[in-house]
Design a protein around this ligand. Structure first.
Ligand SMILES: [Zn+2]
Length: 323
């Protein structure tokens, strides 16, 4: 067998290092934007997901992003909204990070009748990508506030759109999705409010994102247990990372969420979300919390979204840094 010279071996090593470098760097960065630095608090839903190519996606800004001027936002190319409930689209929001206690975050700033999501998208000139029939609502809000209606993009069940190199699909969520009449206003809004009727904007959704490094991530939104979590999210899309709501009462609780992860989606890692409790104190998981119950019940690594702490995930959903 022919032996390589030292110089040839060195050259091969150099080329191998060059080839390996982009792979090492090709992680998806996930940064939670919660109400309190370094903690996982009751209202926390918002995440910024950054593709290795620099595309930045804001998921469910809700109430813990301090409006468009929140310095943590930076560039936002895409805003995702799973459904129209105030804690996801953002009917109100914090004034500043760390105001009040983690267990009782203060959200004194109203974002009505536009929503935090729309205000952020207008300021950042982001696309809003939604499924169901929410796209028409967002198009109207953007248009009436000086934005581009075409920036509200549709990804209805079964289809997908690619924005900034990230493929975005929506999946069904078993939840409700009534539009608060305060977003409508006027006599119609008042009549609907008086009658206790919400506006129709179609079904609530989750998302499946495929990033440019190959990572497929499932963002559950508010949902119960659904057959699609097995047949669609795992069977078709093969998600390797999940963001799963664990709060109970309004969505799957810790036991149901663990079943969804262990038996239906089977990702390689999961980020807990939507706990509706102070899941941490001093950055440590609170004993006896729903967050702890979920961590113990899930068979794969559970990562806690500590606000402001960036986690990095490789193509297989394995945490490569920051967890
Ligand atoms: Zn909801």
């Amino acid at each position: 067998m022919r032996k390589f010279s030292t110089a040839t071996t060195a050259a091969i090593g150099f080329v191998a290092a060059l080839l390996a470098a982009p792979v090492l760097a090709a992680n998806v960065k996930v940064t939670p934007l919660g109400s309190h630095d370094g903690e996982f608090c009751p209202q926390d839903r918002a995440l910024v997901l950054e593709d290795p190519n620099g595309t930045r996606i804001l998921y469910d800004p809700g109430r813990t992003v301090a409006g468009p001027n929140d310095p943590r936002l930076g560039k936002i190319d895409i805003v995702l909204v799973t459904h129209m409930h105030g804690d996801h689209v953002g009917n109100a929001h914090i004034k500043d990070v760390n105001a009040g206690e983690c267990g009782k975050p203060e959200t004194p700033v109203s974002a009505m009748p536009n929503s935090n999501a729309v205000n952020i998208a207008l300021a950042k000139k982001s696309k809003i990508v939604t499924g169901s029939e929410m796209q028409a609502f967002f198009a109207a809000k953007l248009r009436t506030n000086g934005g581009q209606a075409s920036d509200a993009m549709l990804a209805r069940f079964g289809g997908s759109v690619t924005v900034g190199g990230v493929r975005i699909a929506t999946v069904p969520a078993s939840h409700s999705n009534g539009l608060d009449p305060d977003y409508i206003g006027g006599d119609l809004g008042k009549s609907m409010k008086d009658a206790g009727i919400a506006g129709y904007v179609g079904e609530a959704t989750g998302y499946v994102l495929k990033f440019s490094n190959g990572l497929v991530a499932y963002l559950s939104g508010d949902t119960g247990i659904t057959g699609e979590q097995e047949k669609v999210v795992r069977g078709h899309y093969a998600a390797k990372l999940a963001v799963m709501n664990i709060g109970d009462g309004f969505t799957t609780g810790p036991a149901e969420a663990a079943y969804v992860m262990n038996d239906l989606v089977k990702p390689n890692a999961v980020i807990a979300s939507h706990a509706n409790e102070a899941g941490t104190k001093g950055g440590k998981v609170v004993p006896g919390s729903k967050t702890e119950t979920f961590m113990k019940a899930a068979k794969m690594p559970v990562h806690i979204p500590l606000s402001g702490k960036t986690m990095e995930f490789d193509a297989n959903g394995k945490c490569a840094a920051g967890c």
